[in-house]
Design a protein around this ligand. Sequence first.
Ligand code: HEM
Length: 172
Amino acid sequence: MIEIPDDLHEACYPISWLLGRWEGVGLGDYPTIEAFRFGQEVEFTYLPGKPFLSYSSKSWILDDDGNLVRPAARETGYWRPQADGEIEVLLSHPTGFVEIYIGQVEPAKIEMATRGVLKTEGAKDYRTGHRLYGLVKGTLMYVYEMSAMGHELTPHLSAELKRVTGASEAQG
Ligand code: HEM
C-alpha cells in the first residue's frame, strides 16, 4: 500500500510511489569502458501543493567487496507529471549536460527517453538517454541506456534501490 501525503498535489498521485529516500547498488558498463559496481542514494521530495517532485541522485564506485572507492555521477532535477499519463523530467549533471526526458507513467513503471540534451563545450559525446524505472515488490529498479561516444543506445547502468524513508518524510 502506497501512502499519499495529504498535501501532495493531485498531479503527483500517479508517481507518489517514488517519494522518499532510496539506497542500493548497481552495475555499470559501456563498450568504451571497464564494467564497474556502484552504490547509489536517490531522493524524491515534494512541496505542498506543487505539481512536481524534486529529485537528486548521488553515486559512488564500489570495489568487489562493496567498499567505496570514489564518488561518481550526481544528478538533480524535477519530475513533472502531465495529463494523460505523460511525464516531463528535467535533469542537470555536473559533467556538463542538461537533458529533458518525456515519458509515460504506469501504476508502477515509468519509461522515458530524452527529447533533448544540451552539452557544454568540453562535455563528452553523449547524445540520447532512455530510462525505465519500476517498483517491483517494494524495490525501485531501473535500467539506463545511452547513446554516447559514437554508440547507438546501449546499456550503461542498472540498479536496485531499497526504500529507507517513506513518503510522509518526503516534504522538500
Ligand atoms: C549512477 C550513475 C552513474 C555512474 C556510477 C557512472 C559511472 C561511470 C564510469 C565509472 C564511467 C567510466 C569513466 C569514468 O570513470 O568517468 C562512466 C563513463 C561515462 N558515463 Fe557514466 N555513470 C553514471 C551515470 C551517467 C549518466 C546519467 C550519464 C549521461 C548523462 C553518463 C554518461 C557517461 C559517459 C558519456 C561516459 C563516457 C564513456 C567513455 O568515456 O567512453 N553516465 N560512467
